[in-house]
Ligand binder design. Structure first.
Ligand code: PHE
Length: 363
């Protein structure tokens, strides 16, 4: 793939130039940007009792990000098909949970962390390889939370639910309908997710739970209990500001940026929706094919001009047993009309780049 860098010992980083460009852009701190406005709302809800960290480097160790959080050795989130690795020990944080243990070790008992997070993923209106999360953590001495293990767990969950329902109401500042579901995370037990009713559907707001005691013990917090939560900001902001496509958060277009004022929530007025241009691409996949490598390769060539990529057909050849995939790439610019010749050229570059880098055979 373009931009792969060969490091010593044969390790190949999967951080592409278009991802590198995003590091340090600082949307969280850009006054007036919807991501900053949402951050400020969340921050004001938690108030002075919580320490706030919002400028931590996204480069974290696999120790912080996975091992300290009891993520199993074979968990998919560790795989280079899901996570961006700078070297075998350092990755771009796929979640702000990567900072939990460093602050617990430092003796922080109430804190929130905002950060840009990075994940290799599919391509559509609500998935982008860079997004933002807020993490919150609160711990108590066991003795302050109840006299039996059951009592303490119930105490922590009650505080967690109360805190997060309050957060959702503060963020949306309107009548909302919420529901709790059981969930699973390696670092919390029990684990829950909070959803909000949205346009006849349920939208996931956050994941959370009671911090596993081993994690606290490893941070020198024997005889403590606590909760943690993590929420994605884009999804909330899309709903709050009526922003239809996640790529818009990265737009430099004044027609986007100038619509928003610091600390004000206003509905986005689409300046126009330019027409999409669809191109299909079929190929035989090699044994080792990873679809996220394909998405990354498409994005490396077409950047933010690619709106989504859908698998529309696949089959296995009855004799050769080879697999064929057909993908539909939707190209659309947020800012202007794309001309056909330009998209044809892009598609040609995508095809060339994929065939030379992914070992696929174009059909
Ligand atoms: N880190 C989890 C995620 O990214 C969210 C989470 C945070 C869940 C803290 C539980 C506790 O999905």
């Amino acid at each position: 793939m373009r931009g792969l860098r060969h490091l010593s010992s044969g390790f190949v980083s999967n951080v592409t130039p278009s991802i590198e460009e995003k590091i340090g852009q600082g949307l969280l701190l850009q006054r007036g940007h919807p991501i900053n406005t949402l951050k400020m709302r969340i921050q004001s809800y938690f108030g002075d009792r919580y320490s706030v960290f919002d400028s931590l480097s996204p480069h974290v160790t696999t120790q912080q990000c996975f091992d300290d959080l009891l993520v199993p050795r074979d968990h998919v989130s560790r795989s280079p098909s899901d996570t961006f690795y700078v070297n075998p020990e350092v990755c771009l944080r796929p979640h702000t949970s990567a900072h939990q243990t460093e602050f617990l070790r430092r003796g922080e008992t109430n804190f929130i962390v905002f950060g840009d997070c990075y994940r290799r993923d599919e391509i559509d209106a609500s998935h982008y390889p860079v997004f933002h999360q807020v993490e919150g953590v609160r711990v108590w001495k066991q003795a302050d939370a109840g006299s039996s293990a059951e009592q303490r767990t119930a105490f922590v969950i009650e505080d967690l639910k109360h805190t997060l329902e309050g957060l959702a109401k503060e963020v949306f500042q309107s009548e909302i309908v919420l529901r709790w579901n059981e969930d699973y995370f390696p670092f919390t037990h029990p684990s829950l997710e909070l959803e909000v009713a949205h346009e006849g559907d349920w939208l996931e707001l956050l994941g959370c739970g009671v911090i596993r005691p081993e994690i606290l013990e490893n941070c020198g917090l024997q005889n403590h209990v606590g909760w943690a939560f993590g929420a994605g900001l884009e999804r909330l902001a899309m709903r709050l500001f009526n922003i239809p496509d996640i790529r818009l958060f990265w737009s430099q277009d004044p027609r986007f940026l100038e619509q928003f004022k610091p600390d004000e929530v206003t509905k986005f007025e689409p300046y126009s929706k330019y027409p999409p241009c669809l191109k299909d691409m079929s190929f035989w996949t090699p044994e080792s094919f990873e679809v996220n490598d394909f998405y990354a390769a498409v994005r490396e060539v077409a950047g933010d001009l690619v709106e989504k990529v859908d698998l529309i057909d696949q089959f296995q050849h009855p004799k050769t047993l080879r697999h064929s995939h057909c993908y539909r790439i939707t190209y659309r610019s947020m800012d202007r009309n794309l001309v056909n010749s330009e998209v044809d050229q892009l598609q040609e570059e995508v095809r060339e780049s994929c065939s030379s880098k992914l070992g696929i055979e174009l059909r």
